[in-house]
Write a protein that binds this ligand. Sequence first.
Ligand code: HPA
Ligand code: ZN
Length: 345
Amino acid sequence: MPIIYPPINEEITMTHLIDLLPKAELHLHIEGSLEPELMLSLAERNQIKLPWETIEETRDAYQFHNLQSFLDIYYTGASVLCKEEDFADLAYAYLKKADADRVMHAEIFFDPQTHTDRGIPYEVVLDGLQAGFLRGEKEFGISGGYILCFLRHLSAEDAMTTLKHALPRANELLGVGLDSSEVGHPPAKFSDVFAQAHQAGLIPVAHAGEEGPPAYIHQALDLLRAVRIDHGVRCSEEEELVEELRDRQIPLTVCPLSNIKLGVFKSMEGHNLKALLEAGLCITLNSDDPAYFGGYLNSNFRAAHQALGLDDSQLVQLAKNGIRASFAPQARKESLLNQIDALSL
Ligand code: HPA
Ligand code: ZN
């Protein structure tokens, strides 16, 4: 599909296309967008002692070999978030980065238990996040909202308490999700919680098949009624599951840089996202925890493009998949899809 801008050479052309495409971000943990600069300034503002004192020390600590080694640092980092304004600053800072990458719709995960377990009221978290989003929405025109994630390493009772607390303001949320340490914490553990959330009109999504087996993807679909699978890349271990995901067009929110940093794939060249896209699955690209994994959405597009040789039509397909897989109102989806079509001759 030809592109309007002048083709200078292939690399610049691709970079421009990625930069120009209007995009949706569907898998972004707001706590994972906490950059070291903001982390250290909030630590000072709130008198929180961190194991790191400088930006260099903080970045040097980001040596991960699997999901758990990342989560340990991620929860420590999140401990600097205390007041409403901290959450507002965090959300606004993310939307500013998103705008620079031409993200026009963002569905953002947050982990209330990470904060309520430290004595921060749920209302402080949600009010702050909403204030930050509102500011970003006004300034950048980004649409979207928040998905409340339950921490799966904690009990189902804990998750139910969190849900009960959230229900009076359920209309302010897009949906519910499931994150944190996957192996040993199957989706089945949260069937009742998700059933109640579903009754309250919250759309279910779930992390599954990042480190966990294909069986966890089945459980997320069948027991939690997840309409999107976050990561889901281990589906390729089971042919029938790949066929089901393709036939039902269940979107997978794939996060390439995250997968490499956490050792889900040894190299970007070995990532299965292109094969899954070519097999007809609804693959979307996302940034997961960009402050920790080395890049926001366009960096994920670029890294996947460079390693896997995605062509123009595949880049366009990935961007369109993200918009179609979002929970944006139909008119917003059509407007964004039209903007993509307007880039092409
Ligand atoms: N997987 C599970 N839990 C998470 C992640 C992830 O990639 N990022 C933040 N919490
Ligand atoms: Zn994630």
